[in-house]
Design a protein around this ligand. Structure first.
Ligand SMILES: C[S@@+](CC[C@H](N)C(=O)[O-])C[C@H]1O[C@@H](n2cnc3c(N)ncnc32)[C@H](O)[C@@H]1O
Length: 223
């Protein structure tokens, strides 16, 4: 098992106040693993499919999927890609491994239990890194972004698809109301763009609302 401490790359970044630590993530996803595909996996299906379609259209072969979970996206990569999936949760990964084995998915190079905030990959060894529905779950999203940037070569791409908190209205109120349950939920309902990206990064990013009802947003950043 490869779990690094916060002293690895990105370790000097400020840690935003977080209700989750690595053990909370493992505990939450131990509970979720058995029902994930039929619950959240279903709601997020079209956003995941659209994101992998974007990736399949990008140049470059090696893809890092950070927080690969049960591997729902793995069958969707085109034959020209080679995917390495990592996750903190052994329970989620076990399901991803079964999916790859039973589906004989040749595009998957490796599935590893590893912290996406501090990996053991070399600088620039991937063309693309993607985190689907992960940024609001990791203990420190800024470290996730820094680490994804480190392992992607200059000229490559970073992609995030996530729920970002509404700025006003009924959804804003609802997300704020359920935010104290972050630890039990295993994610932050009130996660904002600003928790992950600077204004400069947002200015050079491409953003696209994702179904259902624009609840998720795909953000693509050049490396
Ligand atoms: C909501 S699930 C998303 C799974 C998958 N990306 C999908 O599209 O279904 C979030 C996943 O992120 C993983 N995760 C959370 N923090 C992590 C970290 N620091 N490093 C690696 N994986 C992490 C969780 O274990 C969980 O499997």
């Amino acid at each position: 098992m490869t779990i690094h401490s916060a002293s690895s790359p990105g370790g000097n970044l400020p840690a935003p106040r977080s209700a989750l630590d690595a053990n909370d993530v493992r505990t939450a996803y131990r509970r979720w693993a058995g029902v994930y595909d039929t619950t959240f996996g279903g709601i997020s299906a079209s956003g995941r499919r659209a994101t992998v379609q974007v990736i399949n259209g990008l140049p470059g072969r090696r893809v890092l999927e950070a927080g690969v979970g049960t591997g729902l996206a793995l069958p969707m990569y085109s034959s020209g890609k080679r995917v390495v999936g990592i996750d903190l949760s052994a329970d989620m990964l076990e399901r991803a491994r079964t999916r790859v084995r039973e589906g004989r998915i040749a595009t998957v190079e490796a599935l590893r239990e590893m912290d996406a905030e501090a990996t053991d990959f070399a600088d620039g060894e991937f063309d693309i890194a993607v985190a689907m529905f992960v940024a609001s779950v990791v203990p420190n999203p800024l470290r996730l972004l820094a680490e994804m940037r480190r392992v992607v070569r200059p000229g490559g791409y970073l992609l995030f698809v996530n729920h970002f908190a509404a700025e006003r209205g009924l959804r804003w109120w609802f997300e704020r109301t359920i935010a104290p349950a972050s630890r039990a939920l295993g994610w932050h309902p009130d996660f904002k763009f600003a928790a992950l990206f600077t204004q400069e990064e947002l200015a050079i990013s491409e953003r696209r609302p994702m179904p259902p009802f624009g609840l998720f947003t795909l953000v693509r950043l050049p490396r």
